[in-house]
Design a protein around this ligand. Structure first.
Ligand code: 5GP
Ligand code: ZN
Length: 115
């Protein structure tokens, strides 16, 4: 299920290029075009849901499971020291793309205040 005009639906369909670091039948994980730190990733369900209000519970569980797996892989590769897992719902909360996504932001010692 995709929504016309949604930039993440276009990325998922391959109509807009992105740096994909993981993909399966349910999710795509891409690098953020404006990274807060090196390796800043976005976890996107392939189906379009505007936000966490709309995301089915079982997909929310799968998204968190994937975040945990990505944290392990990225820690290995990037040698980061921690992560922020951030997820905005609604314009007032800072959401700018209305296709559910989780930010997975690797943190490094002394990388400063980014959030
Ligand atoms: P939000 O503010 O909705 O939580 O986060 C949206 C994120 O999507 C932002 O961090 C922004 O940099 C990223 N973003 C917006 N457009 C694109 C794009 O075309 N490609 C990629 N890779 N990231 C995007
Ligand atoms: Zn979408």
């Amino acid at each position: 299920m995709r929504e016309n005009g949604c930039i993440f639906c276009k990325i998922i369909a391959g109509e807009i290029p992105s740096q994909t670091i993981y993909e399966d039948d349910q999710f795509k994980v891409i690098l953020d075009v404006a990274p807060a730190t090196k390796g800043h990733a976005l976890i996107l369900p392939k189906d379009h849901y505007a936000n966490l209000y709309e995301l089915p519970e079982e997909k929310a569980v799968d998204a968190i499971k994937l975040a945990k797996r990505m944290m392990a892989v990225m820690t290995d590769k990037l040698k980061c020291d921690g992560f922020n897992l951030v997820q905005n719902n609604g314009e007032v909360a800072g959401q700018t793309v209305f296709h559910f996504h989780m930010h997975l932001i690797p943190r490094y010692k002394n990388d400063g205040e980014i959030l």
